[in-house]
Design a protein around this ligand. Sequence first.
Ligand code: HOZ
Length: 424
Amino acid sequence: MNIEKSKNLFDRACKTIPGGVNSPVRACKNVHCDPLFIASAKGSHIQTVDGKDFIDFIGSWGPMLLGHAHEEVHKAICEASLRGTSYGAPCEAEVILAEKVCFALPSCDMVRMVNSGTEATMSALRLARAVTGKNKLVKIIGGYHGHGDAFLASAGSGLATFSIPGTPGVPQSTVQDTLLVPYNDLEAAKAIFEKHGDDIAAFFVEPCAGNMGLVLPLDGYLQGLRELCTKYGALLVFDEVITGFRVSYQGAQGRFNVIPDLTTMGKIIGGGLPVGAYGGKSEYMSRIAPAGDVYQAGTLSGNPLAMVAGIATLNILEKADYKGLEARVLAFVKELVGILQSKGLDVQYQHIASMFTLFFTDKPVHNFADVEKASVAIFESFYKQMREMGIFLSPSAFETAMVSFAHTDDDFNKTLDVAKQLKF
Ligand code: HOZ
């Protein structure tokens, strides 16, 4: 495939942007390719500057559940932009989106808008520490909560992709309060609470891990965490930046019926514009300034364009057929796995709603240690061949594929036809 324009842009980008990209994984370094530069996107398809059309399974890493450039979201953004793009003063759209989020998510009486998932998790941690008067946090090995200092220990996503255990610039004094446990291991969680229970402010978990690839919670795991946090007076924080409004309109907390103390959000609630949010019971959220004493602020927080994009998106999702999409995606994934297995490959899959990950291993996958056993070499070959034939996948074995309501049966069938042509 000719990607000359993308290559030229990447060469230029490398001179003024570190690594040529504004977020590491998209550089495609670990799959030994150059990144494709995007010119436009519509529905389930994305077009590169080289004029090539792809079926998109990245979905901007989660926000685009309705597909790209959805007519109603686009209209809301255009209309709002004519009324100004940022005020530094409150506007009605902030109130409407906050009400919609609180109405949908069982854990949220109140919500504070910020600008990214990273900001949401950093702020939720500060709040949890203030509420409990304790300092330590527990996170999952291979879990990812953005790039806040305290979370950069054994993190997933880009750090897993590039095998970075931590990062220079984070003082030891910051991560010494970060305790690590494997996902889906209640015994390990119990043991850490038995040892450090008096000092643990919060247990952060993606209810469906989505940054080590997708790994689903085993039966009883989330409920077990809920009970442990209640017993030891720690806040259970669900990072629903990926799962919020994706695994169900009520998020993972609604779907699994486990109610966290705080929830962090992002992606879908901004309809593709930069956004983040954290919420919880009024008792906790009213500690946030100016209602309370925990400081957190932002010039562009509650940005009117992001708010209207979020409102337009949630208005549609409220009535969307989540079950129908889930069934279509599951049928597609099963067929895809069958095709790959017929080529002699060992493949496991994890799927929920409109998310899935394929792991090239013969062993079941329940935590990051299992994920690490899967072949990244086969993933690289799979990624490169799929890309060459017009399928746009995350360029990392440690990410989750995102499907949208805009994906058609034709998109699925074309992807399966491409898979049939792969050679290993
Ligand atoms: N949480 C996203 C990946 N799993 C962020 C995307 C990025 O790192 O660029």
